[in-house]
Design a protein around this ligand. Structure first.
Ligand SMILES: Cc1cc2nc3c(=O)[nH]c(=O)nc-3n(C[C@H](O)[C@H](O)[C@H](O)COP(=O)(O)O)c2cc1C
Length: 195
């Protein structure tokens, strides 16, 4: 029996992304964002409120980074989602996080997070129903400890957290249960053979 739940954001998992940018004065602005998604092989779209200090910083310096939050830094990731740089001038300094400038873009890479995409601002999409920051991913820095033997990020080593839009929980991720483009191969083979 299904129950109608109305207009809710029924996607799970949502990522826990920490977005960081320098503002025009060189101060680090950062925020937590769950509403973000890869939208092309080298692009990411973020759905950020226009008034956030981080959004303004991205528009000023035209670059930003996107880090995957892990369990060890859940408190810091949550903190940057609660407090605004519009109200607390030294918000990032008070987070306990540390950052260095990306070698590829004019944006800070937060040291504590294991994987960070380095992005140039590609486009600000503004329509009647949408405000999106689109970034071109020009590089990705990862801690060696989260890489597999082929140099790819191993989600099993990330200890990444996901956001639950239903009840606002954070969930640990990392258990592999199958291989994409393979788990359905038997069904696909049978369907193609039956044509
Ligand atoms: C789990 C979580 C997810 C969030 N996702 C988004 C989001 O996708 N877009 C957004 O505009 N704000 C989001 N926020 C709110 C901002 O992170 C928050 O308002 C932050 O204080 C903005 O900081 P700033 O003004 O210093 O940039 C989220 C907050 C939390 C805790």
């Amino acid at each position: 029996m299904k129950k109608e739940l109305g207009t809710i954001q029924a996607l799970f998992p949502m990522p826990v992304l920490v977005i960081a940018a320098y503002d025009a004065k060189g101060t680090i602005q950062s925020m937590n964002a769950a509403w973000g998604q890869i939208c092309d092989s080298d692009k990411i779209a973020l759905f950020l409120d226009e008034d956030h200090a981080t959004t303004k910083a991205i528009r000023e310096t035209k670059a930003f980074t996107v880090a995957l939050a892990d369990r060890a830094h859940m408190a810091e990731a949550d903190y940057v989602g609660i407090v605004s740089g519009n109200k607390v001038a030294d918000k990032f300094a008070r987070s306990g996080l540390h950052a260095t400038k990306s070698a590829l873009v004019n944006a800070p890479v937060i040291e504590e997070f294991p994987v960070t995409m380095e992005c140039e601002l590609a486009e600000v999409v503004q329509t009647e129903t949408l405000f999106a920051i689109v970034g071109k991913i020009v590089g990705t820095v990862a801690e060696e400890r989260v890489l597999d033997e082929k140099g790819k990020v191993d989600p099993g080593k990330l200890d990444a957290i996901a956001f639950d839009q239903f009840r606002h929980g954070y969930y640990a991720m990392g258990e592999k249960v199958g291989q994409a483009w393979n788990a359905g191969a038997t069904l696909a083979k049978a369907a193609l053979a039956a044509r």
